[in-house]
Design a protein around this ligand. Structure first.
Ligand SMILES: [Zn+2]
Length: 169
């Protein structure tokens, strides 16, 4: 089922998600729906708050559905190590048409649980590192516009207000 992706400034996007404690069929259905929603939107990652579920759950697939083995589910994720700094373009399904440069660590190590509650660690670099940081920010209630410079953030917010007025947001 394709879920509705909420846009900024929907309040759920700015709230830290609740930890996931039940690893049941309902959770696995939500995970499946989140992947389906991401593919339908041609995204590479999605966090549960973006579909109005205030939980610490992230789905990532850099292949955009082309390779099932690349599906990554991060539940209750935490960045436990990071290295380097990169400044590159980033977008967000909750901010359609906004793309801006954001500083991120170049490499990260994430600790998370899988759909069955099993803890694991995973390293990411390049696009994976960026996507992990962006999505884990979402479950903390942090949005990428607040990682932009003040100037770029003002420009983005102005563009959003303009689109809102035109009924395009
Ligand atoms: Zn996002």
């Amino acid at each position: 089922m394709i879920l509705k992706i909420v846009k900024y400034p929907e309040p759920v996007l700015s709230q830290p998600g609740e930890p996931v404690t039940e690893f049941n069929a309902e959770l696995r259905k939500l995970v499946a729906d989140m992947f389906e929603t991401t593919y339908a939107s041609q995204g590479i990652g999605l966090a549960a708050p973006q579909v109005s579920v205030s939980k610490r759950l992230v789905t990532i697939d850099l292949s955009m559905g082309k390779n099932p083995e690349e599906r990554l589910v991060l539940i209750n994720p935490e960045i436990i190590w990071s290295e380097g700094r990169v400044y590159e373009d980033e977008g967000c399904l909750s901010f359609p048409e906004i793309r801006e440069k954001v500083v991120r660590a170049a490499k990260v190590r994430v600790r998370a649980q899988d759909e069955h509650g099993k803890w694991f660690e995973m390293d990411g670099d390049d696009l994976m590192a960026r996507c992990m940081q962006h999505e884990i920010d979402h479950v903390d209630g942090m949005l990428f516009i607040f990682r932009m410079s003040a100037l770029k953030r003002d420009l983005a917010l102005r563009k959003i207000r303009k689109m809102q007025r035109a009924g395009e947001w």
